[in-house]
Each structure stands twice: as C-alpha cells, then as structure tokens.
Write a protein that binds this ligand. Structure first.
Ligand code: FES
Length: 62
C-alpha cells in the first residue's frame, strides 16, 4: 500500500527503514523523502515507525 503519494513510498518501504533504525518520521523523511512534501502521510508514518510524539502532534492538529 502506498503511504506517501507525493513520493510514492509504500508501507513496506517504511517498515524496512524502521527495521534499519528509523524510529521517527523525520528520520524516514531524511532517508526516502516520505512526509517531506504535503505532510498528510506523517500520521501514518508515525504509526508505522512507532513515533509516539509525532502521532500525538498529528492528533492534536487534526
Ligand atoms: S503524501 Fe507524503 S508528503 Fe504528501
């Protein structure tokens, strides 16, 4: 499933990055760009990598 439409990044790619040590949305963005454009996918990325702080921010912003 594509999580980030702006960069065409899938949940599998993000889980792979999480396995390689990316544990925040910003770290995922730095590695593949996902989350760095419109930002609408950041909540899903946060859930995939277990970034609780970012997920809380996204819930507050909603
Ligand atoms: S959908 Fe991921 S930055 Fe736009």
């Amino acid at each position: 499933m594509i999580v980030c439409l702006c960069y065409g990044v899938s949940d599998r790619q993000i889980c792979q990055l999480a396995d390689e040590g990316a544990c925040t949305v910003d770290q995922v963005t730095a590695r593949c760009g996902a989350g760095g454009d419109c930002g609408s996918c950041r909540k899903t990325i946060a859930e995939l990598v277990g970034d609780a702080a970012e997920a809380a921010d996204q819930i507050k912003a909603a």
